[in-house]
Every structure is written in C-alpha cells, then in structure tokens.
Design a protein. Structure first.
Length: 214
C-alpha cells in the first residue's frame, strides 16, 4: 500500500450528519481535485475518522482491504456517495429528489438495517449510537468478510435524515457543493465552513470594496 500522510486530519466534518460528511469526501463539486475515498483503505480510515465505525471494527476489515471484493465495495461506495449527494442536493435546492435516487437510497438503507443490532450503553460506541433514551442505540457488529460494513452507518444516516429531517435545514455550500445540516439558531448558515468558503467569500468582497474605494 502507498504510504501517505494523513490528509484526513485536514478534512472538516462540517455536515452535522454522518451521511452529509460522507458526501463531502469530495473536496469540491462538480469538479473535485481531491477524493478522500479514492481507495478502500481510505474508506476505512475515513470510517474511523468520522466515527461511523469503532476502531476495533475497522481493524477487523483491514486484512482484506486490498482484495478484489474491496475494490467492488469501493465502486459501491462511490455510487452511494453520488446517490446521497443527488438526493440531498435536490432537497437543499427545495426540489423533490428523483425517485430513482430515492430508490437506490432505500436499497442501501435496507441493507444497513439488516445488519444493525440494538445494543445497550456498554457496547462499543459509534457516532450513530443514541446518547439518550436509556442509552440503547444501533451498532453494527462487523465480521472480517463484511467489507461493505463502512456503508451501513452512512446509508442508515441518510435514510433517517430523509425520513426525519429537518429537511428545511439542509443546505449546500454555493462555493464548493458541500452539504450540511444547518444547526444554527436562526437557520441562516450559508457556507460549508467559515474557515474555508465563508472566509474566501469575505476576502473576495473585501477586495471588491478595496477596488471600488481605490
Ligand atoms: Zn464550501
């Protein structure tokens, strides 16, 4: 495997929902310069980074990370990512997502729930586990051959978000195409992040003002 620095450390989890962070693993749409899920091992790294699977589960999947089966799962990963983007980008624009995309999401969601278990508070945690309601939540026990396990929490998150919303709070950054759930009090979030696109916009407006002033 190619040794590389950990570019994930610079990837912001700005989506406020696991499925939206998953869609945001392309740095830019429609013409991305960086794909954070360019290989199956990167998918595993991201799952741990985003907290969708516990580290122990990710470790169990690593031995087969370079197998042909893993390559097939990577292709499935990219399809699911496109589906999640298609569905929630439409919603962010106030449109009804296409039925074919919702159908694909529905299939992925069904696969996820088939593999999910309800577990008590003592079970190894993941980001999708409930933190209230008595401490019970969903977990995904992972066997080493279940290479599509990283997609389960993501598909589940996407399905729950689509069914439970709040859909009027889903936005898309006008600059980079990242999706987010707006959890600000007033619901006025516009950018993926004030550290990147928001500040770039602020700079651009500042320079325009400077030019006008000069
Ligand atoms: Zn952005």
């Amino acid at each position: 495997m190619i040794a590389q620095a950990h570019p994930l450390a610079r990837l912001e989890l700005a989506g406020n929902a696991l499925s939206l962070d998953f869609a945001n693993t392309l740095n830019y749409r429609p013409a991305p310069a960086r794909d954070y899920l360019a290989s199956y091992p990167e998918l595993l790294n991201w799952s741990e980074y985003a907290g969708s699977l516990p580290a122990a589960a990710v470790r169990r999947l690593r031995p087969l990370a370079d197998s042909p089966q893993a390559a097939a799962v990577l292709a499935e990963t990219h399809r699911l990512r496109d589906t999640v983007f298609t569905v929630f980008s439409a919603i962010a624009a106030g449109r009804q997502p296409g039925s074919a995309a919702v159908e694909r999401l529905s299939d992925a969601y069904a696969g996820a729930t088939r593999n999910a278990r309800i577990a008590g508070a003592s079970a190894a945690g993941s980001r999708t586990k409930a933190t209230h309601g008595g401490g019970y939540g969903l977990t995904w026990p992972v066997e080493p051959h279940q290479l599509d396990a990283p997609l389960w929490p993501v598909a589940h998150s996407a399905g729950e978000l689509l069914m439970s919303g709040p859909l009027e709070r889903i936005g898309e950054c006008p600059s980079c195409g990242w999706l987010f759930l707006d959890t600000s009090r007033n619901g006025t979030r516009r950018w993926c992040s004030m550290a990147t696109c928001g500040s770039r916009d602020k700079m651009a407006r500042y320079h325009r003002r400077q030019r006008r002033a000069g």
